[in-house]
Each structure stands twice: as C-alpha cells, then as structure tokens.
Design a protein around this ligand. Structure first.
Ligand code: ATP
Ligand code: MG
Length: 453
C-alpha cells in the first residue's frame, strides 16, 4: 500500500471508485455517500466503510456483494485511518495555516520544493477535516516532503488537524477576520490559528514567522530562538523582501529577496503586495530545505497560478483587462486586491476601474459593517463603476463619489441583468475585477461576460 499511497485506494467519491478501493460513505451537506453503494459495488470496491445506523437499516441488501465495516462515524474513521497512515512516514511535513493566502502560498511552495524534492501537496483547497485526511492518504514511499494546507473556522479545529497531520514545521500566513462566523471575537480567531504554532512549539517543530503581522508574532510566543525563522517585507528579518514593484498589465511583480548570505532579484507572475507576502513565505520555507535563493529565483520565474484555482488570474480580453479573483473574498483579501489595483492604476493605467463584487460571506455579525467599510473604500479608491451582487450589495452602492453603481439581487434573472449592464458599460482600456465569496459563484458571471464579448 505505502508504495503507491493508499489514497488511490481510499475514496469518498463513488464516481472515482476503481476495483479494489476502500469506499468511505460520508454524509455531506449535499450528498450522502451511502446512497451510492450500488455504484460502488458495480465499480468493484473491495470494502465499504458505512455507518452503523445505515448498516442496520439497509446494509443487508449488500451483504454478499461487498465487505462492509460498520462504524459509529465514517468521517472519524477516515480521519483515524489517515492518522495511523501518516505515522508511517518520517518526513518533513509543512503545515500552512492562516487567514488568507494559504492555497496561494502552498501552490508556490509546492512549485519551489518540487525542483529538488518529491513533494506532495494538498490538491486545490482540500484543507478541512475531510480534505486533510484525504491528502495524508496520498503520502507514498517516494514522498520526501509534504505541504499540507490547513483551514479552520472553529476553535480547536486547527489543533485537531495538527494531531492528524503531525507537522514538523509550519507557518501562519496572516491573522484577520476570515471565517469569523463561528467566533465571538478577533482574539478567538487569533488563538485558534495559533493552535498550529502551539503544536509546533510543543513538539519542537520549526516556525516560519511573518513578523509583519503582530497577531502572528503574538502566537509564536514561547518558541525558542533555534526553532524560528522570521520573514518580513518591512523590517529586518532572517528573510527579507524589498523593492517590490508590481506591473499590473503584465501580471507580474519584481522584488529583491535577501538572507544573511544571499540577495537575488525575483520576478513572479502574480500581482499585489499580498501575493508578494505569499511568495516571501514560500521562499522562507524553501531556505529551510537547503534550496539557495538563486535556485528559487530561477524556479519561481516559471510559476503560473493554475487558471482553475481562480486566484489573482490576470488576462487581457481584447481591449479590456480582467482580474479574476473570483475564488473567494473576505475583508482582508478584498482590501489587498483593491489596494493593488488602485495603487497600480494610479501609477500607470489610464483606463477606468470597474468592480464586479459579490457578498463576503461567513462574517456573522460583522457582515454589515464590513460591507459598509468596503463601500467607503471603493469611494476612496475612486472606482468608476461598481456592480455589486448579493444581500449586502446595496451597501456598496451608496457612496455618492462612485461615478456609477448598481446593486443586484443574487437571482438568475438579476445575474443576467448584471452581465447585460456590464456588457453595455464596458469600454476599451477598462480594467475589471471579479471578486466575491465562494458561494457567490463570481466565476460564472465572468464566464457569461466573456462569452458575450
Ligand atoms: P481559503 O480560506 O478559502 O482556503 P486561502 O487562505 O487558501 O483561502 P487563497 O485561496 O490563497 O487563500 O487566496 C484567497 C484570496 O485571498 C485571493 O484571491 C486573494 O484575493 C487573497 N489573498 C491571497 N493572499 C493573501 C494575503 N497574503 N493577504 C491578504 N489577502 C490575500
Ligand atoms: Mg485555501
């Protein structure tokens, strides 16, 4: 099993089952894996892990077709399996936690480490209590380093994931208000992210610390000097980035990165200070794995964010420039991308700025205030056109100084109206940002707009 990784053999998606698989029937929000047991049998899975209640009621129909293991909780069984499996590997495991930028940092780090090591990394955004176990089950005998993205939206979740992953080192990208719905205050969020550092401190693991974020620094209290490596874009640190210059229309950024022994000019195909921070985090981890800055500089120049990840993708469409940041949104990530566009258009671009924005979800009681602030920010940034969609859209369209704004409800009809409006308004040289929370499906709006142009 370890030769190939047992993930090819452990499956929660019945459509991916191949002969010999272990199928774990998970009850999700939309689907219940138990419903697909017939398919799983047809596809010749060897074992199905099912829950006891279902087994008692329906399992008898499958008794002579597949071996069934009935458990109290199938997700817990999957987690337990992954935990035991993880323990078979004595390799470095890098954990990436934080508020925003985890997937981006993980993708960059995977790219850097893969130049020298056989590296396993989380696929896409599989960073939760199910995605993390599935990632661990992909470890194989040839894996030399694993990079695991770990997401959380409840207290204790990060600590739980650490118990599965057993990271040997890790970083917290930043700490802010993303996924705030289930927290009572910001201190709670910070401490919950900090559970990653708590684990590393307890196990004598290594911490890569973003010293530009005081909340992150606070969580690292207690770590010994020998176990930390700091990085910064503004002050002296073990790894430091300076001279950052973003070229919006070419979709890239130039900078210098320095350690105590090396300094190199870097160019990477991402825009904005926030992405520069992600690059710096990944490079800092790279220095911990004996890769020189020069090697990383060369390797990073070939990094391109995968289009399907929908993060910071820039492209020219005829005479219009599009920024597709449709994957997700929270106040920090919204600020980061808006600041980048405002700063860069002030410096160079002459066209109008158009924001097509969806609600920022999962903000709990902070939602109204954060959308109100966003409206103010759009006004201060002198956005020319704001087309907003969702429950909080009217809050983005109240400001008088935005030349044109309109709020749409999140219905099929209104979504079509938004595209009509955008198609009508757009002019040569415009720069258009698409961004909103995952549930707002902003990429569908972008696709619809593209198919009209
Ligand atoms: P999720 O919690 O959804 O998994 P994530 O932490 O993996 O998110 P990414 O998917 O890398 O974050 O980025 C999501 C969005 O956050 C990006 O599209 C970008 O707008 C913004 N972002 C990325 N990096 C940063 C950063 N370092 N600081 C602030 N915002 C960022
Ligand atoms: Mg992510």
């Amino acid at each position: 099993m370890i030769e190939a990784g047992i993930a090819s053999r452990v499956c929660i998606d019945s459509r991916k089952v191949v002969a010999g698989c272990i199928f774990v029937a998970v009850r999700g929000e939309k689907h219940d894996g138990h419903i697909f047991l017939n398919d799983v049998v047809v596809r010749q899975a060897s074992i199905a892990i099912v829950d006891k209640v279902w087994h008692k009621k329906c399992g008898v129909a499958f008794l002579d077709k597949i071996i069934m293991l009935a458990v109290n909780d199938t997700v817990a069984a999957l987690q337990h399996l992954s935990m035991i499996y993880r323990e078979k590997f004595s390799i470095p495991v890098v954990a990436i936690g934080g508020n925003s930028g985890k997937t981006t940092t993980k993708e960059i780090l995977h790219h850097l480490l893969s130049s020298k090591y056989d590296t396993l990394a989380t696929e896409g955004n599989l960073n939760n209590h199910i995605g993390v176990p599935l990632t661990l089950l992909r470890l194989s005998k040839k894996t030399q380093i694993a990079v695991i993205e770990m997401g959380m939206n409840h207290k204790g979740e990060m600590a739980f994931l650490c118990d599965l992953v057993k990271p040997t080192c890790g970083l917290i990208t930043n700490i802010g208000t993303a996924h705030a719905e289930f927290f009572s205050n910001e201190q709670d969020i910070a401490e919950s992210e900090g559970e990653l550092f708590d684990y590393l401190i307890k196990t004598n693991g290594a911490l890569f610390i973003n010293i530009d974020d005081e909340n992150v620094v606070k969580q690292s209290i207690g770590a010994t000097k020998e176990t930390i490596k700091t990085y910064s874009m503004s002050s002296t640190a073990d790894v430091q980035m300076t001279d950052i210059a973003c070229d919006l229309l070419n979709g890239n950024t130039r900078c210098r990165i320095r350690t105590c022994s090396e300094i190199e000019p870097f160019v990477f195909n991402l825009i904005g200070k926030h992405n520069a921070q992600n690059v710096l985090a990944a490079v800092t981890v790279g220095t911990g794995f004996d890769i020189s800055l020069n090697e990383m500089m060369l390797r990073l120049s070939t990094f391109k964010m995968k289009e399907e990840l929908k993060r910071s993708i820039t492209k020219q469409m005829g005479d219009v420039f599009i920024i597709n940041d449709s994957y997700n949104a929270n106040p920090e990530s919204m600020n980061a991308v808006l600041d980048t566009i405002v700063k860069e258009t002030e410096a160079s671009h002459k066209g109008r700025k158009i924001a097509v924005l969806g609600d920022m979800l999962e903000l709990g009681s902070r939602a109204e205030m954060e959308h109100y602030r966003l409206g103010k920010k759009l006004e201060a940034g002198k956005w020319d056109i704001v087309l907003a969609i969702g429950t909080f859209a009217p809050l983005l369209c109240k400001e008088k100084k935005i030349a044109y704004s309109r709020a749409f409800e999140n219905t099929k009809e209104e979504r079509n109206k938004l595209i009509d409006e955008l198609t009508r308004l757009v002019q040569c040289g415009d720069i258009i940002l698409f961004k909103g929370s995952r549930g707002m499906l902003m990429e569908e709006l972008l696709n619809a707009f593209e198919s009209r142009c």
